[in-house]
Design a protein around this ligand. Structure first.
Ligand SMILES: NC(=O)c1ccc[n+]([C@@H]2O[C@H](COP(=O)([O-])OP(=O)(O)OC[C@H]3O[C@@H](n4cnc5c(N)ncnc54)[C@H](O)[C@@H]3O)[C@@H](O)[C@H]2O)c1
Length: 329
């Protein structure tokens, strides 16, 4: 019985493929490679194609005896989603519906979905629990919540229900401990790859978006989770569904808040040099502080974050140092 990993050539998907293979799972990856890398898929078959191609997905289900799906394939840039909403609704929602229709046809009834802490918008208090209201503030976050809602209706469908876990990730960061795969800064806008680029690429202009927030050092606070810890959460979610667990959405974070300045200072200690930066205006819609209460994942998935912020930053530094052009030669 095989796990189909959509978007498995992307940053988190590739780490999850390795975690699944490490647990002796059979895996097949489906990815367009539009935003992923062939080289990131280590130790699994990669099929290049689109989740919306129902004929292809049907063939994969049949040929590989697919029993469950881990669904990463999506676009993820908040700014781009505001500029091109139709593209986000089409790829993140309509294509996911097409995928789920084929899974129904082939009786694949276990589904792990990459959701996001972005569904909470600006939380009224921290740490954020799943009981807090969802208030998406971007098209991207709306698409994640739309899929979560659709999945909750499929869970109670009279015939052929699909059980799912929507994992609401906080900020994935870091690289694999064997230095093989990481987050390519040529395609990522996330903070840690930008800090690394500022350290290693003298041409790069690194901006901090606002240092006048109501936090101890004035910069925004986020919950950074090591991508290998995040990868394991998918394995735990599959095990939960396989043992009859009910459809749910749960936070995947460490519970620790780290400011932009704290992350920069740690990177400076590890690299033993200064990170050059300038400070520009706040970005609209950036919440001041977001970090997780991960009790639900701890209790129901038996999942715990194990890696420190030091390990996150050190692994990223090591990978970027040896892969300055990401996956490009
Ligand atoms: N990176 C984060 O911190 C973060 C946080 C919250 C949620 N997420 C979600 O996790 C998932 C994975 O994120 P990531 O950081 O690995 O992103 P990524 O862009 O590195 O990976 C996404 C992969 O999906 C592929 N893809 C996109 N549309 C496709 C389609 N229609 N058919 C087949 N393949 C397709 C891309 O080519 C890419 O390889 C996304 O759904 C994202 O929204 C990421």
């Amino acid at each position: 019985m095989t796990v189909l990993v959509t978007g498995g050539a992307g940053y988190i998907g590739a780490h999850t493929v390795r975690a699944l293979r490490g647990a002796n799972r059979k895996v097949v990856v489906l990815d367009t490679l539009e935003r992923g890398n062939r080289e990131a898929v280590v130790d699994a078959e990669l099929i290049v194609g689109d989740i919306a191609d129902q004929e292809l997905v049907g063939r994969i289900c049949k040929d590989h005896d697919v029993a469950s799906v881990v669904h990463f394939a999506a676009y993820k840039a908040v700014g781009e989603s505001m500029a091109k909403p139709e593209m986000y609704w089409s790829n993140n929602v309509a294509s996911t519906e097409k995928l789920l229709a084929v899974l129904t046809e082939y009786k694949v009834d276990k589904f792990v979905f990459s959701s996001s802490a972005a569904v909470y918008g600006t939380p009224k208090s921290v740490p954020v629990t799943e009981a807090m209201p969802t208030m998406p503030e971007s098209v991207y976050a709306e698409t994640k919540l739309a899929v979560e809602k659709y999945l909750s209706t499929l869970a109670v469908r009279v015939t052929q229900p699909i059980s799912s876990v929507s994992l609401r990730y906080f900020n994935a960061a870091g690289a694999s401990s064997d230095n093989k795969i990481g987050e390519d800064w040529t395609t990522s806008q996330n903070l840690l790859p930008r800090v690394m680029r500022a350290l290693l690429d003298s041409e790069f202009k690194f901006e901090i978006y606002g240092n006048d927030y109501d936090t101890p050092d004035g910069t925004c606070i986020r919950d950074y989770i090591h991508v290998e810890d995040l990868a394991i959460a998918h394995l735990k979610a599959l095990e939960y569904l396989e043992s009859g667990g009910k459809t749910m959405a749960c936070n995947i974070g460490t519970g620790n808040g780290t400011s932009v300045m704290q992350l920069i200072e740690l990177a400076e200690q590890i690299a033993k040099r200064k990170v050059p930066y300038t400070v520009s205006a706040r970005r609209p819609g950036d919440p001041v502080s977001v970090y997780a209460d991960a009790t639900l994942a701890n209790m129901t998935l038996n999942w715990h974050a194990t890696k420190s912020l030091q390990q996150i930053v050190a692994s990223a530094y090591s990978w970027h140092n040896t892969h300055p052009n990401g996956y490009r030669k």
